[in-house]
Design a protein around this ligand. Structure first.
Ligand code: FPP
Length: 242
């Protein structure tokens, strides 16, 4: 155990969500094409996953491909699709051996058949693992998720009186999971970008200028300390002083 692991704050987020931003700018900074940044970002994901396990985080949700990312040049879209496939092909054994339960959030429809199959198989294979849940938001949009939930509620013939927040939660792709406590966004952008718009309503946000490929274990550790220093009131007032 090194200094970082020994110097963890008492309150660790149970559920951490990350907007992994800045791959393209990182590549530019290094005089390389954008796909080089996505590759570096993928390698970093492996490191951060390991650090999350080590630091005691139980759920990690990553924003890997949004419903809006289809608007990128076709070559970049194909590259990101291939990354998902490669991650599953190369990392699944290791993830499984390390107790990671892989889940997908977002639309499977719209992805190529063989990618859909690969995701389904990976989810099925790891479904009983319980060391860490990794939600991969891929072809995901927060508004879309809510619209989809409403459609399913109507399809199920639920009556108006039965619709409340608890029921809505049941119809979201994260059903059964606690909400994210902390959302990290790398690369300095201060936006939600349609990520977990329902679930992160009361999350703490941590924005860092560091580009995703450089957001390492030390940076995660800093984010955890920043989170521990926040006072979470969930809309209530501070407890009165005695
Ligand atoms: C944002 O950087 C990053 C993405 C849209 C893709 C994120 C993907 C990875 C980190 C790889 C891991 C992927 C999977 C599928 C597990 P950007 O391209 O928007 O960077 P920029 O804002 O600097 O251009």
């Amino acid at each position: 155990m090194d200094d970082l692991a020994l110097n963890l704050p008492e309150r660790i987020p149970y559920h951490l969500a990350i907007i992994m931003d800045g791959n393209g700018r990182w590549a530019k900074q290094h005089g390389k094409p954008r796909h080089f940044g996505h590759q570096a970002g993928t390698e970093n994901l492996r490191r951060i996953l390991r650090a999350c396990s080590e630091f005691g985080i139980k759920i990690l949700t990553i924003y890997a491909f949004s419903t809006e990312n289809w608007r990128r040049p076709p070559a970049e879209v194909s590259f990101l699709m291939r990354i998902l496939e490669t991650v599953i092909d190369r990392e699944l054994d290791d993830l499984h051996a390390n107790g990671v339960q892989l889940r997908h959030i977002g639309h499977l429809e719209g992805l190529q058949d063989h990618i859909q199959r690969k995701i389904r198989q990976a989810v099925e294979r790891t479904r009983n693992n319980d060391r860490l849940i990794l939600n991969v938001a891929f072809n995901y949009g927060g508004r879309d998720e809510i619209v989809e939930a409403v459609r399913r509620i109507i399809r199920d013939g639920v009556s108006v009186e039965q619709v409340d927040e608890t029921l809505m939660e049941y119809y979201l792709s994260t059903a059964g999971q606690p909400h994210p406590d902390l959302v990290v966004r790398t690369s300095g952008e201060v936006r939600v970008s349609n990520f977990l718009v329902w679930q992160a309503a009361y999350a703490e946000y941590y924005i860092t200028p560091v580009f995703w490929p450089d957001f390492d274990r030390v940076e995660l550790h800093k984010a955890l300390h920043a989170f521990a220093a926040r006072e979470r009131r969930f809309g209530m007032v501070e407890p009165p002083e005695v």
